[in-house]
Design a protein around this ligand. Sequence first.
Ligand code: ADP
Ligand code: MG
Length: 276
Amino acid sequence: MKIALSGIDSRHPAARPDSVPAIRNVSVAIKEGEQIAVIGASGSGKTTLLHVIACALKPSAGHLNLGERDPWSLPTRELQALRGRLFLAPQTPPLPPRQRVVTAVLAGRLPQQSFIASVKSLFYPSDIPGAEMALARFDIAEKLFDRVDRLSGGERQRVGLARALASNASLFLVDEPLSALDPTRSKQAIASLTEAAKERGATLVCTLHQVETALASFPRIIGMKDGALAFDLPATQVTREMLHALYANKLDELNAPMPMSDELARPAAPAVMHCR
Ligand SMILES: Nc1ncnc2c1ncn2[C@@H]1O[C@H](COP(=O)(O)OP(=O)(O)O)[C@@H](O)[C@H]1O
Ligand SMILES: [Mg+2]
């Protein structure tokens, strides 16, 4: 799906009406099938930008076009249909705790399904091989029938990514997908995500904390600073100086080490009680 933002401002609903918008005067044009990483210090507006593109947050100024149409001028039903063609993967996937992984992954398709099919699939997972294949891309297929609340933070994050790939979206908006993954898993997850998007000709916009990974894996990089676009360049043209200016007051974030292990985020093992 093609995207065009022109002079976009956006404010969060909880923000004061007279406050500075979370993103300001952002203009970006994204072609169908492009793969873009959005980088910048925390609070720079990366997530807000994704939410505006996902039509989850309304712009307070400027124009947004998704696939040649202004989503906010569409009747509700058409806006919902458009939302069904995109997939917003939040940093912490909203996975109901007692749900099985297979159901959680297939829930990625709910926006594209009829109400009846959606309800049915909650009780009788309809495409178990499809869910398994999506999980296999993130090396987690063996958890197919596990409960979501028995997974580590990193495993949940990988299930969240499998859920995105299980959907038939033509636009993937992925927010910080690697925050709970170690370097090896991160590499694998980004490779799977970019390959899958390429295979189906889908557009991929991904916010990333890991600048080196962004530069190595995405051909185009958008740098956000204080709610504004700092640069929008091919990865090969992003220099050390630009990165230092982008993270000026937060250089520790630019050099932040990756998590050591996926397993660090594993929930504590349940206590075993011995009864005599
Ligand atoms: N739900 C919210 N309500 C009010 N302000 C918010 C909300 N979420 C984010 N903001 C503000 O919007 C700005 C951009 O935040 P965000 O888009 O989350 O940045 P990033 O993803 O780069 O860390 C920040 O100043 C932040 O405080
Ligand atoms: Mg964010």
